[in-house]
Design a protein around this ligand. Structure first.
Ligand SMILES: *Cc1c(COP(=O)(O)O)cnc(C)c1O
Length: 357
């Protein structure tokens, strides 16, 4: 069988979840949207459920997948409902629901669903994506209460630049949030992963860690708390072919790499159809046979080439780590001009193998 695999370390996942709670001294919703950033939402949620305060997903389809797998913990829909007809299912399956727009508030006012809802009322504190305008926030809160259909409201907002330790906008967003919720007695939630790791002053009864659960840093530079994360996914495969080239020979599509010296080239069963980034350039780190080496030439759909010149012990069958505990996904992402979030979400075709139950 093709040796490409993603190993998922559930013990590391639990370690990272505990770190999020420890750093924030708050309750934590484990964000498992987009199939747990490619790590498998059901398996990850089952591994966390004994200790997790709840989960967060992007939409009701993702929430129902967790419920169907037997997850009983709270599940928050981060974008609420997309159409009012979802409210019946939200009530039936005991889901928590973000309200980020006035049309959603109106839908709750008009619904005939009578089971009390838990609503996370989202403020636009400066990101200008979704969320209510600060001038509408108090009124929206009062209107939600007046419906008689809402038993609990959590006040929330989302940071645009918490991954930039020097950005003043995060302090400004905190100030806008605090002003908008003045006089409202309710729990609140502001912090995503970079918020948990770098913004301890942001108020939060609830935090919403995503990328940090999977052990990848949201920051470009080193950060002391992020250094405590444990990578969860190891993307691995094997060398399937080796050849010796003299200096001056091209490798791969487009001849983007020309051997500068006699070069031993290894071919690895991994390509962009697996989600490995096609834009990763020559020089992107890999581990082969326990040693650090690098990608050469263009990534193909099912294969990529690596330099074995300085790893003479590597041969057909040698194990390759594309990212994991030794090659960080965030380093591969940076090389490819993207972020670890996208690297993980792009993963496909490779089987996921779980350990550390
Ligand atoms: C995705 C998401 C998160 C998690 O963000 P990370 O940066 O991965 O921690 C938190 N809150 C909201 C509203 C989100 O959409």
């Amino acid at each position: 069988m093709r040796p490409a695999r993603a190993l998922i370390d559930l013990q590391a996942l639990r370690h990272n979840y505990r770190l999020a709670r420890e750093l924030s001294a708050a309750k934590a919703l484990a964000v498992v949207k987009a199939d747990a950033y490619g790590h498998g939402a059901v398996r990850c949620a089952l591994a966390l459920e004994p200790e997790a305060d709840g989960f967060a997903v992007a939409c009701i389809e993702e929430a129902l997948e967790l419920r169907a797998a037997g997850i009983k913990a709270p599940v928050l829909l981060l974008e609420g409902f997309f159409e009012a007809s979802e409210l019946a299912l939200i009530a039936e399956h005991d889901l928590w629901c973000v309200v980020h727009s006035l049309w959603q508030l109106e839908a709750i006012e008009q619904t005939r669903v009578h089971k009390p809802l838990t609503v996370w009322l989202k403020l636009d504190s400066g990101m200008h994506r979704v969320g209510l305008h600060p001038k509408d926030y108090h009124e929206a809160y009062q209107r939600l209460l007046a419906t008689g259909r809402v038993s609990r409201i959590v006040l929330m907002s989302h940071f645009a630049r918490a991954d930039e330790p020097d950005a003043e906008t995060t302090e400004q967003q905190i100030a806008v949030f605090n002003a908008a919720r003045e006089g409202l007695v309710a729990e609140c939630s502001l912090r995503n992963s970079p918020g948990v790791l770098a913004w301890p002053q942001a108020p939060s009864d609830w935090v919403r860690p995503g990328i940090m659960l999977y052990g990848a840093t949201p920051f470009e530079a080193e950060q002391p708390q992020a250094a405590r994360l444990q990578p969860v996914m190891t993307l691995q495969s094997r060398v399937i072919s080796v050849r010796e080239l003299p200096a001056g020979e091209p490798v791969g599509y487009g001849a983007k790499f020309i051997s500068p010296r006699p070069t031993r080239v290894g071919v690895v069963a991994m390509g962009y159809a697996d989600g490995y980034p096609r834009h990763a350039p020559t020089g992107t780190p890999v581990m082969v046979a326990g040693k650090r080496s690098q990608l050469i030439g263009r990534v193909s759909m099912d294969m990529l080439c690596i330099d074995l010149t300085d790893v003479p012990e590597a041969t057909v069958g040698s194990p390759v780590e594309l990212w994991g505990k030794q090659v960080l996904a965030s380093d591969v992402a940076q090389q490819a001009g993207t972020i670890p979030y996208q690297i993980f979400c792009n993963l496909r075709r490779v089987p996921l193998d779980y350990y550390g139950e």
